[in-house]
Design a protein around this ligand. Structure first.
Ligand SMILES: [Zn+2]
Length: 113
């Protein structure tokens, strides 16, 4: 695998996001549908891979699967929910430069619809 790309596991024509917190996602023609789209969108929101050989949220290549993540969306196609680690990575990423957190307690005068 090319560690410079953030690929979904299991695809020959690898789907990928350009980087963690990136804005460019390409979905391969043989991708595994919504799971692959969700995995790649997870990267755009700051989530890292959780499978051996993938890239974690800090940009480092994983030498082994993250323990306790079997079936989770950032690891494989098991159809399980995102792990707490993934949710934390997305939440922590929300305040990074270029991202906005909207207070949607009211839609009046806000960008929330
Ligand atoms: Zn990935």
């Amino acid at each position: 695998m090319n560690p410079g790309r953030f690929n979904a596991p299991g695809s020959n024509n690898r789907s990928h996001a350009d980087k963690i917190n990136g804005r460019n996602v390409e979905i391969a023609p043989d991708a595994v549908g919504a799971i692959t789209v969700g995995h790649e969108m997870g990267h755009t929101m700051g989530a890292g891979d959780q499978y051996s050989g993938g890239i974690n949220a800090n940009g480092r290549q994983l030498s082994s699967d993250v323990p306790g993540t079997q079936g989770a969306i950032m690891r494989d196609y098991g159809g399980n929910s995102a792990t707490q680690q993934t949710r934390n990575e997305i939440e922590n990423n929300a305040t990074q430069p270029g991202n906005r957190v909207l207070n949607c307690s009211s839609t009046q005068g806000s960008s929330c619809k």
